[in-house]
Design a protein around this ligand. Structure first.
Ligand code: MD3
Ligand code: FE
Length: 203
């Protein structure tokens, strides 16, 4: 059990050591080659996200102007099913999630220079009791966590490579975002940047 700053929010700093981070990245590399990063676009406006994304698992998260936010079984550009979530991530889920169902989706976010993610609440997973498990790799990021309502007080937390966060309980529905990534703060990812993995039960 790490430090619980908010109800159900569990921060597990340096959960993965450097060798484990390198091994996880090596496991991800061929999966990302099969399901390349793409830039989602916002519903209606078509504005592009600065974060690049791909998914693993049966039900990946995608967004575009025409179809809006949704979960789907195939990559929007290759048309292929997403690669399976690797065992090393399912093992991590079993260790930290305290939940009897395995994740069906793992969103992979890539933050290159200047990428950020505005304050938002995660959408419509049908099982509201299921936690989200997040793993950070590469450059450090300034993460902002609010409460259930937009405009309420927020706290910020630096997320470093190897940190794991479990979002359970009430925190699962809290506003959150990534204000910025500290470019050059880690040597893990070739070409620099940050990867964040979020495992979810989609239902
Ligand atoms: C707090 N990702 O993919 S991970 C996202 O670092 C997302 O890429 C961020 O927000 C990233 O939706 C933050 C940590 C995280 C994930 C889900 C949460 C924090 C959360 C859900 C509710 C509250
Ligand atoms: Fe989110």
């Amino acid at each position: 059990m790490g430090s619980q700053l908010h109800s159900g929010f569990d921060f597990l700093p340096a959960y993965l050591d450097r060798a484990e981070q390198e091994a996880l990245l090596a496991t991800l590399q061929p999966l990302i080659e099969a399901a390349p990063f793409f830039r989602p676009t916002m519903p209606k406006t078509g504005k592009t996200f600065s974060v690049e994304m791909t998914n693993l698992g049966a039900r990946g998260w995608v967004s575009d102007r025409e179809g809006g936010y949704r979960n789907q079984a195939t990559h929007p550009f290759t048309g292929l099913p997403w690669p399976q979530i690797p065992d090393v991530l399912l093992t991590l889920w079993r260790q930290v999630a305290d939940y009897p169902i395995l994740p069906e989706a793992c969103l992979v976010n890539l933050y290159r220079t200047g990428a950020k993610m505005g304050l938002h609440v995660d959408g419509d997973e049908r099982d509201p009791k299921a936690p989200v498990v997040s793993v950070s790799l590469g450059d450090q990021a300034i993460f902002r966590l609010g409460g259930p309502q937009r405009g309420g007080p927020t706290t910020s937390l630096k997320l470093s490579s190897g940190d794991v966060v479990v979002l359970g309980g009430a925190s699962r529905h809290f506003y959150h975002g990534i204000d910025r990534v500290l470019s050059g703060s880690s040597s893990l990812i070739p070409g620099g940047g940050r990867i964040n993995l979020t495992m979810r039960v989609v239902g």
